[in-house]
Design a protein around this ligand. Structure first.
Ligand code: F6R
Length: 584
């Protein structure tokens, strides 16, 4: 949510920041802005996407610049509300990701001396800094930070010094170390082209980038010695590599990512499986797509391990916190590792001394660092807002854990390897063409329904979510038997309904459910290893028996992609959404 980048060095900071903002657009893209330091601060702000910006001549060369791409929280999408925000005298500029919860109170206090120019919570920050500038820039930032409540990642510059100051509490910031140059950004891909040597800033730390980099503890003011690490992601992974969209690239990457997700250290998996087995209550906590992976995995655990798992949406977890004890195991699942609700749940778990074992994709993310143990998905950077490859990797890793819990790690691995090898079949040109044909057929429908039973019920939820966010068609997922408990009233002649029919114990009932919908005029799209007279349109998938969720997901992702394309949607940057939800 909101992307931040700053640069100080010998190269042209404005072009590096603009380039970085383009790579961060998945975090927010309703407006953007940049402040660079020359004789005075040059500030450019625009509504819309940075790619649409033509007038490059407006960007003066500079060695220090900060930039921001916005996902609006406080205040409409206007130029005035776009970041950077400045002090009234325009000598200080600040970009911010997060929410300042006490901004109204702070604003009231400041209004005597300041005329505010935006509706944002952020603007109080440069104004507070301005109030304290007599103490010096660094001190003024520190004093101001102490007044802020809420979550933030902040980067500030000042007209009179060659300095960038950055601080975080709850929202991500990572420093990039180059040769005689420094970067600061919300995420590594923003500067990966220049360096892969990074330092992750922790909550309560302040970075001061001058000729050299210094990091301080905000409370004690003590300088901290932090080691840099090398990130293994390559630039190529963070680029489209010839695909028209990141989403399509990431769908196709599933030919490899599943294998990577299960290539974990056996001993680690067995150790965690033992923890799950002895744990007194296990919670899977996640949001959105990752929640659907957790829900699917709870069925897998029930079937394979005969173990009950509590699956809770991270945002709803405060209602469950009182069940936590020292013996509880909390397993947060998150692609970004920065989702605010997930991090809050982890904080609650740690307060109750529950053990936290994270499943996460982004290396060095807050979740990874705040958990007792973490498993990485190794899916590489996922840039498209709609999550695809991370989802199937989560399914694969959680399935592996379920098998390990029942002492069948090798069997699980073999099954997952076989399933992974079948992914290419769904991604053959003939299969994708079939899905394109379907997308053309149903692109003007107002509603799409999706049903699945057992392990494929959460896949129906996930398929509906993908269709909604990428194509903006209303879609809803149901358990096979549930549509007739009300929503069947919406089925009209030709209403598309996707049915996942796996070769398992739910097959007959799923076919009956499809028939019930068909009898009311529904247009049945069967996703199955075998055609059936119930289907009006058939999407053939390889038979993967108990691992059908992984396989069934992929045609649904492709359908969402092609529906979005047919309807002219912005595939990688879905309307109103952002990749990493760092606000509650
Ligand atoms: C949907 C999607 C979101 C995320 C959710 C959680 O395609 O991407 O629903 O799954 O915001 O994000 P992470 O996994 O980063 O915690």
């Amino acid at each position: 949510m909101c992307g931040i980048i700053g640069y100080k060095g010998n190269k042209n900071a404005t072009s590096i920041v603009i380039e970085g903002l383009k790579l961060l657009e998945y975090r927010g893209y309703d407006s953007w802005g940049i402040a660079s330091k020359n004789h005075e601060l040059d500030i450019i702000k625009r509504v819309g996407k940075i790619g649409d910006f033509q007038d490059k001549s407006k960007l003066k060369k500079s060695n220090i610049a900060i930039g921001h791409t916005r996902w609006a929280t406080h205040g409409k999408v206007t130029e005035a509300n776009a970041h950077p925000h400045t002090s009234y005298d325009r000598r200080v500029a600040v970009v911010h990701n997060g929410i300042i919860e006490n901004f109204q109170e702070l604003k009231k206090g400041l209004e005597k001396n300041h005329r505010f120019l935006s509706e944002t919570d952020t603007e109080v920050i440069p104004r507070l800094i301005e109030e304290n500038m007599k103490e010096g820039f660094e001190e003024a930032v520190k004093i101001s930070l102490n007044r802020l409540e809420g979550r933030y990642a902040i980067v500030a510059i000042n007209q009179d010094e060659d300095k960038i100051i950055a601080a975080r509490k709850g929202s991500p910031l990572v420093l990039g170390i180059g040769k005689d140059e420094f970067f600061i950004a919300s995420d590594v891909p923003a500067f990966l082209k220049h360096t892969n040597e990074v330092i992750f800033l922790e909550d309560g730390e302040i970075a001061v980038i001058n000729k050299e980099l210094k990091i301080f503890n905000q409370k004690t003011n003590k300088e901290l010695k932090k080691e840099s690490t090398k990130i293994s992601w390559t630039l190529e992974q963070a680029q489209k590599s010839g695909y028209p969209h990141y989403m399509l690239k990431e769908i196709y990457e599933q030919r490899d990512t599943l294998k990577k997700a299960i290539s974990q250290n056996d001993e680690d998996i067995k150790r965690i499986a033992a923890e799950i087995n002895k744990g007194f209550g296990t919670f899977f906590i996640a949001c959105g797509t990752a929640y659907h992976a957790a829900l699917t995995a709870s069925y897998v655990f029930s079937k394979i391990t005969k173990k009950h798992i509590n699956v809770v949406l991270a945002s709803e977890f405060p209602s469950y916190e009182h069940f936590l004890t020292e013996k509880t195991l909390v397993i947060p699942i998150s692609q970004s590792g920065e989702t605010a609700d997930v991090l809050e749940a982890v904080k609650a778990a740690k307060e109750k001394k529950s053990k936290v074992i994270a499943i996460v994709n982004v290396t060095g993310s807050t979740l990874m660092r705040q958990s007792d143990v973490s498993f990485q998905l190794h899916a590489g950077p996922e840039i498209a807002v709609a999550s695809t490859k991370a989802f199937t990797s989560q399914l694969a890793l959680l399935t592996l854990l379920a098998y390990a819990c029942s002492g069948k790690l090798e069997e699980g691995k073999e099954k997952l390897k076989t399933t992974a090898s079948k992914v290419s079949e769904i991604l053959e040109p003939a299969s994708e063409n079939k899905i394109k044909e379907l997308a053309r057929k149903i692109k003007n429908k107002n509603h799409i329904f999706v049903i699945g039973r057992s392990v494929n019920y959460p896949i129906a939820l996930e398929a509906a979510l993908k269709i909604k966010e990428v194509s903006y068609i209303h879609a809803e997922g149901f358990a096979g038997g549930e549509l007739k408990h009300g929503t069947l009233a919406l089925i009209e002649e030709g209403t598309p309904c996707i049915v996942f029919v796996a070769e398992d114990e739910t097959k007959k009932e799923m076919i009956s459910n499809a028939m019930e919908i068909k009898a009311r005029g529904g247009y049945i799209i069967g996703v199955s290893p075998e055609n059936n007279e119930a289907f009006d349109f058939f999407i053939k998938v390889p038979n993967s028996s108990s691992l059908s969720p992984i396989i069934n997901t992929i045609p649904a992702q492709l359908l969402a992609y092609h529906l979005g394309l047919e309807r002219g949607c912005d595939i990688d940057r879905c309307r109103n959404l952002a990749k990493s939800v760092t606000v509650k």
